[in-house]
Design a protein around this ligand. Structure first.
Ligand code: NAD
Ligand code: DAU
Length: 361
């Protein structure tokens, strides 16, 4: 791993990965290709450990000529592919963008990699790696007594988001089986931590809680997710890049499965402690059950035995520690939060997603 093409590196997990990789790999150079959609934010890349080893390219992963040019110019030997449309609620409103970026974009990168690393080119398949960052949502929903997802669980996606991620996983696997492309895949559970765009549950609840606004919990709030602190996720990806077996998939998660309502209540309690001056006295009083997400998956749980035993990775942060660190980060970065919350496209999204929901369990 010398010259790494990171896609989506101005987003939440991608930017955390870049901070981490520059810190732990002193000789690696990174080219970061990002279209700067609403979710991309150059502020996520300020204060990098070594700016001189990071090159930002503003562009789209669906632009084949641009991607080919980057492989040639930077002698890319490793791709770490984060770029995606990532929010389930947005996929309900605008499915086409998800098909384009998540499916066509992944296909474009795979084709470019196949050509760049073929035959007698400067970088051969044996020195290269294409790592695809995917999600546990591809496995669909679990019943109350079902065992956790593992690497052999059949795919059964429920949303356009998860269906397009599933398609991209299938393409990545097919490029390995058919063309010998040296791929690895990680399917990870819900991430949280610094730089997460505040449309997702945890940062949204922090932002609204600080402002004393209603905290919109979908349905009865008893849906279950597994939660992983983002730095643990990027560490897992690094381990897979270094020691993972070509063609393999690794499930990654935090070994915890609280219902959503418990997450929201914990955030309220932390805010009561860390931001007691903000209204009201108890943030729990802001919780409001609203109409549920269509097609909402009820329960996820993920078995991380394979990555634990084969690569020695395991999550470092407990959920309580991670939530404390996350709330603290958002409270310490009011300028980052307000730059987003004042944007008109953000306000439009909030209005669109929440104004019609009313109440309801
Ligand atoms: P994000 O929405 O915060 O960031 C996505 C980034 O991709 C943004 O910087 C955006 O500008 C960029 N992007 C979008 N379309 C692009 C295009 N066509 N060309 C180039 N760049 C484009 O997403 P995230 O939460 O950081 O997720 C990153 C990856 O991890 C995604 O593939 C997602 O499916 C996967 N994942 C996310 C989670 C999670 O909980 N957030 C969990 C498991 C897996
Ligand atoms: O499981 C991994 C996935 O986790 C990733 O692949 C996705 O990119 C990521 O967005 C996340 O998907 P979720 O749909 O689980 O995340 P979200 O933060 O949108 O919602 C988490 C849970 O909280 C879910 O059950 C819906 C609920 N929710 C969400 C929002 C935004 C609410 O109750 N209220 C809300 O306002």
């Amino acid at each position: 791993m010398k010259n790494v093409l990171v896609t989506g590196g101005a987003g939440f997990i991608g930017s955390n990965f870049i901070h981490y990789l520059l810190r732990v790999e002193p000789d690696v150079r990174i080219v970061n290709l990002d279209a700067l959609t609403y979710a991309g934010n150059l502020a996520n890349l300020s204060g990098l450990p070594d700016e001189s080893r990071h090159t930002f390219v503003h562009g789209n992963i669906c632009d084949r000529a641009l991607v080919d040019g980057l492989f040639q110019r930077y002698q890319v030997d490793t791709v770490v592919h984060f770029a995606a449309e990532s929010h389930v609620d947005r996929s309900i409103r605008d499915p086409g963008t998800f098909v384009q970026t998540n499916v066509v974009g992944t296909y474009t990168l795979l084709e470019a990699a196949r050509q760049a690393w073929a035959g007698d080119s400067a970088i051969s398949m044996s020195e290269a790696r294409f790592h695809h960052v995917s999600t546990d949502e591809v496995f669909g929903t679990l019943g109350p007594a079902d065992p956790p997802f593992n690497e052999a669980t059949p795919y059964a996606p429920s949303s356009v988001y998860s269906a397009t991620k599933a398609s991209s996983d299938h393409l990545v696997r097919a490029y390995h089986r058919t063309y010998g492309l040296p791929v690895t895949i990680t399917n990870c559970s819900n991430n949280y931590g610094p730089y997460q765009f505040p449309e997702k549950l945890i940062p949204l609840m922090i932002l609204k809680g600080v402002m004393g606004q209603d905290l919109p919990v979908y349905g009865d709030g008893k849906q279950v997710r597994d939660w992983l602190y983002v730095e643990d996720h990027v560490e897992a990806i690094h381990q897979v890049l270094k020691r993972g077996d070509i063609g393999q998939t690794y499930c990654v998660g935090g070994d915890n499965q609280p219902p959503n309502i418990e997450i929201v209540e914990t955030i309220c309690d932390i805010l009561d402690e860390l931001a007691p001056g903000t209204p009201p006295a108890s943030h729990r009083s802001l919780i409001k059950h609203v109409v549920d997400r269509p097609g909402h998956d009820r329960r996820y749980d993920i078995n991380i035995q394979k990555i634990k035993t084969e690569l020695g990775w395991q999550p470092r942060r407990t959920l309580r520690d991670g939530l404390l660190a996350t709330v603290t980060w958002y409270l310490d970065h009011p300028e980052w939060v307000s730059a987003i919350s004042q944007r008109s496209d953000f306000k439009t999204w909030m209005e669109h997603n929440y104004s019609q929901r009313g109440g309801g369990k």
